[in-house]
Design a protein around this ligand. Structure first.
Ligand SMILES: NC(=O)c1ccc[n+]([C@@H]2O[C@H](COP(=O)([O-])OP(=O)(O)OC[C@H]3O[C@@H](n4cnc5c(N)ncnc54)[C@H](OP(=O)(O)O)[C@@H]3O)[C@@H](O)[C@H]2O)c1
Length: 305
Protein backbone atom coordinates (compact mmCIF):
# COMPACT_ATOMS: atom_id res chain seq x y z
CA UNK A 1 0.00 0.00 0.00
CA UNK A 2 1.39 3.39 -1.03
CA UNK A 3 1.36 5.97 1.80
CA UNK A 4 -0.16 9.38 1.08
CA UNK A 5 3.13 11.12 1.86
CA UNK A 6 4.82 9.06 -0.83
CA UNK A 7 2.12 9.34 -3.47
CA UNK A 8 3.33 12.71 -4.76
CA UNK A 9 6.82 11.25 -5.28
CA UNK A 10 5.24 8.38 -7.24
CA UNK A 11 3.27 10.87 -9.32
CA UNK A 12 6.54 12.65 -10.07
CA UNK A 13 8.22 9.37 -11.09
CA UNK A 14 5.34 8.29 -13.29
CA UNK A 15 5.30 11.64 -15.05
CA UNK A 16 9.00 11.33 -15.98
CA UNK A 17 10.22 9.27 -18.95
CA UNK A 18 10.73 5.54 -18.37
CA UNK A 19 13.21 3.61 -20.52
CA UNK A 20 13.14 -0.09 -21.31
CA UNK A 21 16.37 -1.77 -22.37
CA UNK A 22 15.27 -4.87 -24.26
CA UNK A 23 12.27 -5.15 -26.55
CA UNK A 24 11.42 -8.83 -26.17
CA UNK A 25 8.63 -10.87 -24.66
CA UNK A 26 8.76 -9.40 -21.16
CA UNK A 27 8.98 -5.84 -22.48
CA UNK A 28 5.92 -6.46 -24.66
CA UNK A 29 3.90 -7.92 -21.77
CA UNK A 30 4.92 -5.12 -19.45
CA UNK A 31 4.20 -2.31 -21.91
CA UNK A 32 0.84 -3.88 -22.85
CA UNK A 33 -0.08 -4.07 -19.16
CA UNK A 34 1.12 -0.57 -18.35
CA UNK A 35 -0.89 0.90 -21.22
CA UNK A 36 -4.00 -1.17 -20.46
CA UNK A 37 -3.84 -0.18 -16.78
CA UNK A 38 -3.13 3.45 -17.79
CA UNK A 39 -0.22 3.45 -15.31
CA UNK A 40 1.83 5.63 -17.62
CA UNK A 41 1.31 7.65 -20.76
CA UNK A 42 2.82 5.88 -23.83
CA UNK A 43 4.63 9.07 -24.83
CA UNK A 44 6.69 8.76 -21.63
CA UNK A 45 7.88 5.27 -22.52
CA UNK A 46 11.12 4.83 -24.45
CA UNK A 47 12.57 1.54 -25.60
CA UNK A 48 15.76 0.22 -27.14
CA UNK A 49 17.10 -3.17 -28.17
CA UNK A 50 20.11 -4.79 -29.74
CA UNK A 51 19.38 -5.23 -33.43
CA UNK A 52 15.81 -6.21 -34.36
CA UNK A 53 14.00 -3.43 -36.22
CA UNK A 54 10.84 -5.55 -36.32
CA UNK A 55 10.70 -5.67 -32.53
CA UNK A 56 11.34 -1.95 -32.13
CA UNK A 57 8.73 -1.09 -34.76
CA UNK A 58 6.14 -3.10 -32.85
CA UNK A 59 6.61 -0.79 -29.85
CA UNK A 60 6.68 2.33 -32.03
CA UNK A 61 3.26 1.20 -33.24
CA UNK A 62 2.00 1.55 -29.65
CA UNK A 63 3.20 5.16 -29.54
CA UNK A 64 6.51 4.52 -27.77
CA UNK A 65 9.75 6.33 -28.57
CA UNK A 66 11.67 3.34 -29.96
CA UNK A 67 15.29 3.92 -30.98
CA UNK A 68 18.68 2.28 -30.79
CA UNK A 69 20.37 5.59 -30.00
CA UNK A 70 21.04 5.50 -26.22
CA UNK A 71 21.65 9.26 -26.11
CA UNK A 72 18.06 9.78 -27.20
CA UNK A 73 16.49 6.93 -25.21
CA UNK A 74 18.17 7.42 -21.84
CA UNK A 75 18.59 11.20 -21.59
CA UNK A 76 16.46 12.57 -18.74
CA UNK A 77 14.85 9.28 -17.70
CA UNK A 78 14.14 8.63 -14.02
CA UNK A 79 13.40 4.90 -14.38
CA UNK A 80 15.24 2.29 -16.44
CA UNK A 81 14.06 -1.29 -16.79
CA UNK A 82 16.69 -3.85 -17.79
CA UNK A 83 14.85 -6.55 -19.73
CA UNK A 84 17.59 -8.53 -21.49
CA UNK A 85 18.78 -12.13 -21.20
CA UNK A 86 21.48 -12.86 -18.58
CA UNK A 87 24.05 -13.40 -21.31
CA UNK A 88 23.44 -9.87 -22.65
CA UNK A 89 23.15 -8.10 -19.31
CA UNK A 90 26.80 -7.09 -18.72
CA UNK A 91 27.11 -5.30 -22.05
CA UNK A 92 23.66 -3.69 -21.83
CA UNK A 93 24.46 -2.41 -18.34
CA UNK A 94 27.91 -1.14 -19.27
CA UNK A 95 26.39 0.76 -22.22
CA UNK A 96 23.58 2.25 -20.10
CA UNK A 97 25.53 3.09 -16.93
CA UNK A 98 26.99 6.41 -18.13
CA UNK A 99 23.45 7.72 -18.72
CA UNK A 100 22.10 6.82 -15.27
CA UNK A 101 21.89 9.88 -13.04
CA UNK A 102 21.80 9.99 -9.22
CA UNK A 103 18.24 9.76 -7.94
CA UNK A 104 17.10 7.55 -10.82
CA UNK A 105 15.93 3.95 -10.51
CA UNK A 106 17.29 0.86 -12.29
CA UNK A 107 14.97 -2.16 -12.20
CA UNK A 108 16.52 -5.40 -13.43
CA UNK A 109 14.39 -8.39 -14.38
CA UNK A 110 17.46 -10.37 -15.42
CA UNK A 111 17.40 -13.81 -13.82
CA UNK A 112 20.26 -14.29 -11.37
CA UNK A 113 21.75 -10.79 -11.73
CA UNK A 114 22.61 -9.85 -8.12
CA UNK A 115 22.11 -6.47 -6.48
CA UNK A 116 25.82 -6.51 -5.53
CA UNK A 117 26.77 -6.66 -9.18
CA UNK A 118 24.27 -3.94 -10.12
CA UNK A 119 25.49 -1.64 -7.36
CA UNK A 120 29.05 -1.89 -8.68
CA UNK A 121 28.02 -1.03 -12.24
CA UNK A 122 25.68 1.92 -11.67
CA UNK A 123 26.95 5.34 -10.61
CA UNK A 124 26.57 6.30 -6.92
CA UNK A 125 23.09 7.51 -6.02
CA UNK A 126 21.27 5.33 -8.57
CA UNK A 127 18.67 3.19 -6.79
CA UNK A 128 18.35 -0.48 -7.68
CA UNK A 129 15.59 -3.07 -7.57
CA UNK A 130 15.49 -6.66 -8.83
CA UNK A 131 12.25 -8.10 -10.16
CA UNK A 132 11.36 -11.69 -11.00
CA UNK A 133 8.06 -11.84 -12.89
CA UNK A 134 6.82 -14.85 -14.85
CA UNK A 135 5.53 -15.51 -18.32
CA UNK A 136 1.89 -15.00 -17.26
CA UNK A 137 2.70 -11.29 -17.52
CA UNK A 138 1.49 -11.71 -21.12
CA UNK A 139 -2.01 -12.32 -19.67
CA UNK A 140 -1.59 -9.74 -16.89
CA UNK A 141 -1.67 -12.68 -14.45
CA UNK A 142 2.00 -12.63 -13.46
CA UNK A 143 3.34 -13.25 -10.02
CA UNK A 144 6.29 -10.91 -9.54
CA UNK A 145 8.70 -10.80 -6.61
CA UNK A 146 10.78 -7.69 -6.14
CA UNK A 147 13.85 -7.14 -3.96
CA UNK A 148 15.34 -3.71 -3.40
CA UNK A 149 18.89 -2.69 -2.67
CA UNK A 150 19.51 -1.83 1.02
CA UNK A 151 19.82 1.90 0.26
CA UNK A 152 16.82 2.09 -2.08
CA UNK A 153 14.19 4.45 -0.62
CA UNK A 154 10.72 2.98 -0.13
CA UNK A 155 9.16 5.31 -2.69
CA UNK A 156 11.26 3.69 -5.43
CA UNK A 157 10.21 0.24 -4.25
CA UNK A 158 6.60 1.42 -4.39
CA UNK A 159 7.14 2.75 -7.91
CA UNK A 160 8.65 -0.59 -9.04
CA UNK A 161 5.67 -2.31 -7.43
CA UNK A 162 3.28 -0.02 -9.31
CA UNK A 163 4.96 -0.86 -12.62
CA UNK A 164 4.80 -4.64 -12.14
CA UNK A 165 1.30 -4.46 -10.65
CA UNK A 166 0.21 -3.59 -14.20
CA UNK A 167 0.83 -7.24 -15.15
CA UNK A 168 -0.28 -9.06 -12.00
CA UNK A 169 0.46 -9.34 -8.30
CA UNK A 170 3.70 -8.15 -6.69
CA UNK A 171 5.46 -9.48 -3.59
CA UNK A 172 8.25 -7.64 -1.80
CA UNK A 173 10.93 -10.12 -0.70
CA UNK A 174 14.52 -10.03 0.57
CA UNK A 175 17.03 -10.74 -2.20
CA UNK A 176 18.05 -14.11 -0.78
CA UNK A 177 14.53 -15.39 -1.58
CA UNK A 178 14.88 -14.72 -5.30
CA UNK A 179 16.61 -18.03 -6.14
CA UNK A 180 13.66 -19.91 -4.62
CA UNK A 181 11.18 -17.47 -6.18
CA UNK A 182 12.76 -18.10 -9.57
CA UNK A 183 12.44 -21.85 -8.99
CA UNK A 184 8.81 -21.70 -7.85
CA UNK A 185 7.06 -18.91 -9.76
CA UNK A 186 9.64 -17.86 -12.39
CA UNK A 187 10.06 -21.37 -13.80
CA UNK A 188 6.73 -22.59 -12.38
CA UNK A 189 4.56 -22.00 -15.46
CA UNK A 190 6.74 -24.52 -17.34
CA UNK A 191 6.02 -27.17 -14.70
CA UNK A 192 2.29 -26.65 -15.24
CA UNK A 193 2.73 -26.79 -19.03
CA UNK A 194 4.67 -30.04 -18.57
CA UNK A 195 1.91 -31.51 -16.41
CA UNK A 196 -0.67 -30.44 -19.01
CA UNK A 197 1.39 -32.13 -21.73
CA UNK A 198 1.60 -35.34 -19.67
CA UNK A 199 -2.15 -35.34 -18.90
CA UNK A 200 -3.02 -34.83 -22.58
CA UNK A 201 -0.67 -37.66 -23.60
CA UNK A 202 -2.11 -39.94 -20.91
CA UNK A 203 -5.67 -39.15 -22.03
CA UNK A 204 -4.78 -40.01 -25.61
CA UNK A 205 -3.06 -43.21 -24.43
CA UNK A 206 -6.27 -44.10 -22.55
CA UNK A 207 -8.13 -44.03 -25.87
CA UNK A 208 -9.46 -40.47 -26.13
CA UNK A 209 -9.20 -38.50 -29.31
CA UNK A 210 -6.16 -36.21 -28.76
CA UNK A 211 -8.13 -32.99 -29.30
CA UNK A 212 -10.74 -34.11 -26.76
CA UNK A 213 -7.96 -35.13 -24.32
CA UNK A 214 -6.50 -31.65 -24.73
CA UNK A 215 -9.79 -29.87 -24.04
CA UNK A 216 -10.51 -32.08 -21.02
CA UNK A 217 -7.02 -31.64 -19.57
CA UNK A 218 -6.88 -27.86 -20.02
CA UNK A 219 -10.41 -27.23 -18.77
CA UNK A 220 -9.64 -29.44 -15.78
CA UNK A 221 -6.49 -27.46 -14.98
CA UNK A 222 -8.34 -24.14 -15.32
CA UNK A 223 -11.21 -25.38 -13.12
CA UNK A 224 -8.89 -26.77 -10.46
CA UNK A 225 -6.87 -23.52 -10.35
CA UNK A 226 -10.12 -21.57 -9.98
CA UNK A 227 -11.11 -23.84 -7.07
CA UNK A 228 -7.69 -23.25 -5.48
CA UNK A 229 -8.17 -19.51 -5.85
CA UNK A 230 -11.28 -19.40 -3.65
CA UNK A 231 -10.78 -17.82 -0.20
CA UNK A 232 -9.51 -20.37 2.30
CA UNK A 233 -8.97 -23.07 -0.32
CA UNK A 234 -6.41 -25.66 0.70
CA UNK A 235 -4.81 -28.03 -1.84
CA UNK A 236 -4.68 -30.98 0.55
CA UNK A 237 -8.31 -30.55 1.63
CA UNK A 238 -9.48 -30.19 -1.98
CA UNK A 239 -7.60 -33.34 -3.03
CA UNK A 240 -8.87 -35.32 -0.07
CA UNK A 241 -12.44 -34.22 -0.76
CA UNK A 242 -12.39 -35.76 -4.24
CA UNK A 243 -10.55 -38.95 -3.21
CA UNK A 244 -13.20 -41.46 -2.15
CA UNK A 245 -11.89 -44.58 -0.38
CA UNK A 246 -11.13 -47.27 -3.00
CA UNK A 247 -12.28 -44.82 -5.70
CA UNK A 248 -10.68 -43.81 -9.01
CA UNK A 249 -8.91 -40.67 -7.76
CA UNK A 250 -7.44 -42.51 -4.79
CA UNK A 251 -6.12 -45.18 -7.17
CA UNK A 252 -4.44 -42.52 -9.32
CA UNK A 253 -2.97 -40.56 -6.40
CA UNK A 254 -1.59 -43.79 -4.91
CA UNK A 255 0.40 -44.34 -8.12
CA UNK A 256 1.74 -40.76 -8.04
CA UNK A 257 2.77 -41.19 -4.40
CA UNK A 258 4.26 -44.60 -5.09
CA UNK A 259 6.36 -43.08 -7.91
CA UNK A 260 7.44 -40.33 -5.47
CA UNK A 261 6.26 -37.39 -7.55
CA UNK A 262 6.58 -35.20 -4.45
CA UNK A 263 10.33 -35.96 -4.27
CA UNK A 264 10.67 -35.23 -7.99
CA UNK A 265 9.00 -31.80 -7.64
CA UNK A 266 11.14 -31.00 -4.60
CA UNK A 267 14.31 -31.96 -6.49
CA UNK A 268 13.19 -29.95 -9.55
CA UNK A 269 12.67 -26.78 -7.50
CA UNK A 270 15.98 -27.30 -5.70
CA UNK A 271 17.74 -27.77 -9.02
CA UNK A 272 16.25 -24.56 -10.48
CA UNK A 273 17.20 -22.60 -7.35
CA UNK A 274 20.73 -24.02 -7.50
CA UNK A 275 21.02 -22.97 -11.15
CA UNK A 276 19.87 -19.46 -10.20
CA UNK A 277 22.60 -19.34 -7.51
CA UNK A 278 25.16 -20.51 -10.09
CA UNK A 279 24.16 -17.71 -12.48
CA UNK A 280 24.57 -15.19 -9.64
CA UNK A 281 28.01 -16.63 -8.88
CA UNK A 282 29.05 -16.22 -12.50
CA UNK A 283 28.01 -12.56 -12.40
CA UNK A 284 29.79 -11.96 -9.10
CA UNK A 285 32.97 -13.62 -10.29
CA UNK A 286 32.98 -11.33 -13.34
CA UNK A 287 32.43 -8.06 -11.53
CA UNK A 288 33.11 -5.04 -13.74
CA UNK A 289 36.24 -4.15 -11.78
CA UNK A 290 37.74 -7.40 -13.07
CA UNK A 291 36.05 -7.68 -16.48
CA UNK A 292 33.07 -5.91 -18.03
CA UNK A 293 32.21 -8.84 -20.28
CA UNK A 294 30.58 -11.86 -18.67
CA UNK A 295 31.57 -15.04 -20.45
CA UNK A 296 28.72 -15.92 -22.81
CA UNK A 297 29.59 -19.61 -22.52
CA UNK A 298 28.82 -19.55 -18.79
CA UNK A 299 25.37 -18.04 -19.24
CA UNK A 300 24.11 -18.96 -22.66
CA UNK A 301 22.03 -21.85 -21.39
CA UNK A 302 20.01 -19.41 -19.31
CA UNK A 303 18.03 -17.62 -21.93
CA UNK A 304 15.21 -16.84 -19.52
CA UNK A 305 14.07 -17.58 -16.01
N1 LIG B 1 9.48 -13.35 -20.45
C1 LIG B 1 9.12 -13.36 -19.17
O1 LIG B 1 7.93 -13.41 -18.82
C2 LIG B 1 10.19 -13.33 -18.09
C3 LIG B 1 9.87 -13.79 -16.81
C4 LIG B 1 10.85 -13.71 -15.81
C5 LIG B 1 12.09 -13.16 -16.08
N2 LIG B 1 12.36 -12.72 -17.34
C6 LIG B 1 13.69 -12.17 -17.59
O2 LIG B 1 13.56 -11.00 -18.40
C7 LIG B 1 14.66 -10.93 -19.29
C8 LIG B 1 14.12 -10.74 -20.71
O3 LIG B 1 13.36 -11.88 -21.08
P1 LIG B 1 12.56 -11.90 -22.47
O4 LIG B 1 11.77 -13.15 -22.45
O5 LIG B 1 11.86 -10.61 -22.69
O6 LIG B 1 13.78 -12.02 -23.52
P2 LIG B 1 13.76 -11.77 -25.11
O7 LIG B 1 12.38 -11.90 -25.65
O8 LIG B 1 14.84 -12.60 -25.70
O9 LIG B 1 14.19 -10.23 -25.25
C9 LIG B 1 15.48 -9.79 -24.93
C10 LIG B 1 15.66 -8.38 -25.50
O10 LIG B 1 16.94 -7.90 -25.10
C11 LIG B 1 17.49 -7.17 -26.19
N3 LIG B 1 18.92 -6.99 -26.02
C12 LIG B 1 19.91 -7.92 -26.01
N4 LIG B 1 21.11 -7.33 -25.79
C13 LIG B 1 20.88 -5.99 -25.67
C14 LIG B 1 21.70 -4.87 -25.45
N5 LIG B 1 23.04 -4.98 -25.29
N6 LIG B 1 21.12 -3.65 -25.39
C15 LIG B 1 19.79 -3.51 -25.54
N7 LIG B 1 18.94 -4.56 -25.74
C16 LIG B 1 19.49 -5.79 -25.82
C17 LIG B 1 17.12 -8.00 -27.39
O11 LIG B 1 17.28 -7.25 -28.57
P3 LIG B 1 16.70 -7.75 -30.03
O12 LIG B 1 15.24 -7.38 -30.02
O13 LIG B 1 17.47 -6.98 -31.02
O14 LIG B 1 16.92 -9.24 -30.09
C18 LIG B 1 15.65 -8.31 -27.05
O15 LIG B 1 14.82 -7.24 -27.45
C19 LIG B 1 15.49 -12.20 -19.09
O16 LIG B 1 16.61 -11.93 -18.28
C20 LIG B 1 14.57 -13.14 -18.36
O17 LIG B 1 15.26 -13.96 -17.45
C21 LIG B 1 11.46 -12.81 -18.34
Amino acid sequence: MIKTSESSAIVELCQAPVALIGAGNLAWSLVSGLLAAETIDPTLLRITNQSSDVRLDRFAGLGLFARRDLDAVLAGVRTVLLLVKPVDAAKALADAAPYLVPGSLLISAVAGLPLDYLSEVVPPGVHIVRAMPNTASAMRLATTAIAAGPATPQVFVDWATTLFAAVGSVHDVPEWCLDAVTAVSGSGPAYVYYFAEMLINAGAAAGLDRSLARVLALETLAGAVAMLGRPGADPVALRTAVSSPRGTTEAAIAVLQDRQISDAVLAAVQSAAQRSREISSVFLSHRPSRSVEVDAVDLDNDQSA
